[in-house]
Design a protein around this ligand. Structure first.
Ligand SMILES: CC(C)(COP(=O)(O)OP(=O)(O)OC[C@H]1O[C@@H](n2cnc3c(N)ncnc32)[C@H](O)[C@@H]1OP(=O)(O)O)[C@@H](O)C(=O)NCCC(=O)NCCS
Length: 184
């Protein structure tokens, strides 16, 4: 494997319990500008309503992850939440973040009906241009008036996209009440 390896070298699969410490280490280091995460990712991954996906090369090197909560005490009814997404620094910009997030969204779309999920939300620092572009391009819009403060001093915004049964051409069916609150 070389540093010029293409994104196709990565395989994406569900996170297993043995990935927890690797994901925690990678996430803690990637999120370091936004505060001290400690073992937060590891703790989240032990919650029953949390799952995720990793990208890995040749089954040995974990290069990225995305964590999704579908039921946590703090989540309002019908909401799911991206707890974190990160790609190793030297693998960024190759399309991996997009593949990881698209995988998570596809799986949530499949489960939306049975889990009664209608929205997927996340928080992101308003100066995180790369992440903002990724989220916008996968259908997330800013939730009006919702802001968060990161430990690193950044201001964050909340973004969301609808979830639900889709028509073949990709439009979400029967999702009332999402658009008025969103900034496009
Ligand atoms: C944000 C992050 C997950 C994106 O993953 P990635 O693999 O680097 O992103 P991708 O290569 O899939 O690119 C996705 C989109 O990001 C944008 N992007 C990619 N590289 C970019 C760059 N150098 N500058 C600006 N935007 C960029 C583009 O819109 C791109 O879509 P496109 O390929 O259609 O143009 C990754 O950069 C990361 O781990 N950052 C540090 C941790 C972090 O900030 N996580 C998000 C917290 S909410």
């Amino acid at each position: 494997m070389t540093d010029t390896a293409h994104h196709c070298d990565e395989r994406i699969r569900s996170i297993r319990p043995r990935d927890r410490s690797t994901v925690n280490r990678l996430g803690t280091s990637l999120f370091q500008p936004y505060g001290h995460y400690g073992s937060a990712l590891d703790v989240w991954l032990r919650q029953p309503g949390v799952k995720g996906y990793v990208s890995e090369i040749e089954g040995i090197r974990t290069t990225g992850f995305v964590l999704v909560a579908t039921r946590l005490a703090q989540l309002p009814a019908g909401h799911s939440y991206i707890l974190g997404i990160g790609v190793e620094a030297d693998r960024q910009g190759l399309g991996l973040g997009r593949r990881l997030l698209a995988t998570a969204i596809d799986d949530l779309e499949q489960e939306a009906l049975s889990l009664q999920l209608s929205r997927l939300q996340l928080n992101v620092a308003e100066d995180n241009e790369r992440a903002l572009r990724l989220f916008r391009s996968l259908g997330f819009c800013q939730v009006r008036g919702a802001t968060v403060a990161y430990g690193g001093g950044q201001r964050g915004i909340t973004m969301e996209r609808p979830l639900g049964p889709r028509e073949p051409h990709g439009h979400v069916l029967n999702q009332p009440g999402t658009d008025p609150d969103l900034l496009h």
